[in-house]
Design a binder for this molecule. Structure first.
Ligand code: DGL
Length: 265
């Protein structure tokens, strides 16, 4: 597999751009192919069977683009489909949950960790499982925050409505005495400011996107798959009309999202 082959990423829509952003920052020589399944987003409220089927279709598309590695840049897809994808695909597959769990364990002092994500991610228990697998003594408190995704998509990142929503979802974490909070959804890093203001500086926030980029870098080195020279190019594919993806995508990673190709499903 030539090391100039791209890294493939998929997400239910635009949120995975937070992961792509970190990968490009860490590995600027790599070419990337990003698929946002915008026609069928959100995944966070859908059933396991549906998310599984969509995830496989997305991965198939990336394999046709001859990617050397697939990054499941969506917490919901990772929670539901990572293991089956790792078993079936001919290339390595990385999700965002294990890196997020590792990042949290590096940061926590009192081993009380909070996790927030979509309903599907929290219901799957995937973060709790990953954290406990790495350290059985850890206490995990989780909560689905379904309104965070539409707030971010609307561009409401730091206003009074965001503050009230953050307060009503996260008040319980203050009572649990967590010292670390995993932002277990691709959109949540954009709400960091409001979340930090409410939780206070003593609670460390874990951004799965940063930790995933670390993991991708480690895996490429380990398998000698790094691209050694040149500047990487990013290409974007979507399953619905690209306009909204480009508009909202710029919020996630600036002018880099300049065009996207629509594919048929
Ligand atoms: N990308 C999804 C995730 O990280 C959030 C948006 C959705 O529900 O599809 O869970």
């Amino acid at each position: 597999m030539p090391s100039s082959d791209p890294i493939g990423l998929f997400d239910s829509g635009i949120g995975g751009l937070t992961v792509l952003h970190e990968i490009i920052a860490k590995l600027p020589r790599e070419n990337t192919v990003y698929l946002g399944d915008t026609a069928r987003s959100p995944y966070g409220t859908k059933s396991v069977e549906t998310v599984l089927r969509y995830s496989f279709e997305n991965a198939e598309f990336l394999l046709q683009k001859r990617v050397k590695l697939v990054v499941v840049a969506c917490n919901t897809s990772t929670a539901v489909a990572l293991r089956p994808l790792q078993t079936e695909l001919s290339v390595p597959v990385i999700g965002v949950i294990e890196p997020g769990a590792r990042g949290a364990l590096k940061k926590t002092r009192n081993k009380r960790i909070g996790v927030i994500g979509t309903e599907a991610t929290i219901q799957s228990g995937a973060y709790t499982e990953a954290l406990k697998r790495l350290d059985r003594s850890v206490e995990v408190y989780s909560r689905a925050c379904p309104l965070f995704v539409p707030l971010v998509e609307e561009g409401w990142l730091d206003n009074e409505v965001v503050d009230r929503t953050v307060e009503s979802y996260l008040a319980g974490f203050k009572r649990s005495g967590i010292d670390t909070l995993i932002l277990g959804c691709t959109h949540y890093p954009l709400l960091k400011k409001a979340i930090r203001r409410f939780m206070g500086r003593a609670v460390r926030l874990v951004d799965s996107a940063e930790e995933t980029a670390e993991e991708v870098s480690r895996l490429l080195t380990e398998k000698s798959l790094e691209r050694e020279r040149g500047k990487g190019a990013a290409s974007f594919f979507v399953t619905d009309v690209p306009d909204r993806f480009i508009k909202v995508g710029r919020r996630f990673m600036g002018e880099r999202v300049d065009s996207a190709v629509r594919i048929e499903r």
